[in-house]
Design a protein around this ligand. Structure first.
Ligand SMILES: Cc1ncc(C[n+]2csc(CCOP(=O)(O)OP(=O)(O)O)c2C)c(N)n1
Ligand SMILES: [Mg+2]
Length: 408
């Protein structure tokens, strides 16, 4: 990356002094601010379009085919998603939500990936993929219910082909692989019909790559040549654990060991993420099997609202990444190309404010659940054990109502 700020102020592993005696890889091998020469990039930190490189050449045509309107629409998504996320954070701070995992800094990774999906493609998220949800058409207010404690998900997975959030790290990779193998068995791969051929995208973080489920899913997907993309957002941290405690070589290089390609992309460059993900999803839908994409990005905020990152990472690291901000970058690109003017940027900001107000009102007006819904949707068909447990739970709740009435 041609980033002066980074060149003039390199920062290695942030806790290097503290951890040197136990470090197994040198800070240089795990430079958390520089994705290295293999990383696909099209726009630098200042919004300048980069020249063709060995890494980005294969994807250049996809970027060339995008229109100015596509660029503006991507920018709008980035801004609205950031505003939605900021509102989630604020609502938690004001006691309206129990928890909020912020995507701040990862907007381009999620919007680029989400926009490369077609309606028939299925997404399996972790818990931070609010931007992918947005691109798949899940109403943003629906993301809040689980974090407010009024439901167990808040959306119908099949309505937008966006699975429920999965908190158990890496778990969804297996679900996704199974779903992709199902698509294969349904014959919805490689037919050449754009509206029929489908693929799956499974999202996890750098920490998730250390999980057994993730690695097992990669084995199955590779062997089955499943129509799927493993999309790893390497935001450099798994709560307080840095990359060098997760892996000796980066995720994109590990794909080869499972028998399919791995690509590292600049996760803060929405054009690059879109191009790389579109190529991978097109390949998956046409029957060419899986791809692993590692989006090299950064978690600008805390892990969740329950976390304090100043306890384990230094401010200089965050400052370096602030210069790589995905929205600033896309805005600079659009402005320098003459694709958007101040009136457009102002209109998007105004729309973002309206969206935030809508989300806030919807959150505050969410009704408490009236009946136990945790038993719904466990099985596709009614199940006697679940029915019995539900009946027992309803009785249990009713016993409280009696006690309250008796007390009055
Ligand atoms: C199986 C399992 N182990 C541990 C946890 C606790 N936990 C929650 S988030 C997290 C870190 C995940 O890091 P990463 O995969 O990099 O995703 P990020 O939060 O950075 O997006 C951990 C260990 C969990 N939810 N599930
Ligand atoms: Mg992480």
């Amino acid at each position: 990356m041609h980033d002066d700020a980074m060149d003039s102020a390199p920062v290695g592993e942030p806790n290097s002094v503290q951890h040197h005696e136990t470090v197994v890889s040198s800070p240089m091998e795990h430079d958390i601010t520089d994705g290295g020469p293999d990383m696909v990039q099209f726009v630098d930190g200042d919004g300048n379009r980069l020249a063709t490189t060995e890494a980005n050449a294969a994807y250049a045509q996809i970027v060339e085919d995008l229109t100015a309107e596509d660029g503006r629409s991507m920018y709008r998504d980035l801004v609205l998603v950031r505003r939605m996320d900021a509102e989630g954070h604020a609502l938690q701070r004001q006691g309206e939500l129990g928890l909020w995992p912020s995507l701040l800094g990862q907007e381009a990774a999620q919007v680029g990936a989400g926009r490369a999906m077609r309606p028939q493609d299925y997404a399996f998220p972790g818990y931070r993929e609010h931007g992918v949800a947005w691109c798949k058409g899940v109403p943003p207010e629906n993301l809040l219910g689980m974090f407010r404690g009024v439901n167990h998900g808040g959306w119908d997975s099949n309505a937008n082909n966006f699975h429920l959030y999965t908190i158990v790290i890496g778990n969804q990779m297996l679900h996704a692989t199974g779903y992709a193998m199902g698509i294969q068995r349904d014959g919805d791969v490689g037919t050449g019909d754009e509206d029929r051929d489908a693929a799956v995208m499974a999202f996890t973080g750098d920490g998730g790559t250390a999980q057994g489920d993730y690695n097992e899913a990669m084995v199955f997907a590779g062997v089955a040549n499943a129509p799927m993309v493993f999309f790893v957002q390497n935001n450099q941290w798994a709560i307080s654990e840095p990359n060098y405690k997760q892996f000796r070589i980066p995720p994109y290089q590990r794909a080869r060991g499972f028998g399919f390609p791995g690509v590292r992309v600049d996760g803060n460059d929405v054009l690059a993420v879109y191009a790389v993900t579109k190529a991978a999803m097109d390949a998956a839908r046409s029957g060419q099997g899986p791809t692993l994409i590692e989006a090299f990005t950064y978690r600008m905020g805390a892990h969740t609202t329950s976390d304090d990152p100043t306890k384990y990472r230094i401010a200089a690291e965050v400052d370096i990444w602030r210069e790589k901000d995905p929205i600033k970058r896309m805005r600079g690109f659009l402005a320098s190309k003459g694709h958007a003017d101040d009136a457009f940027f102002d209109a998007v900001d105004a729309e973002a404010d309206q969206l935030a107000a809508r989300i806030r009102t919807a959150c505050q007006q969410m009704p408490d659940p009236e009946k136990p819904t945790m038993f719904d949707d466990i099985y596709a068909e009614p199940h006697p054990v679940v029915e019995r447990e539900k009946a027992e739970y309803v009785d249990y709740l009713a016993s409280f109502a009696d006690a309250t009435e008796g007390a009055h």
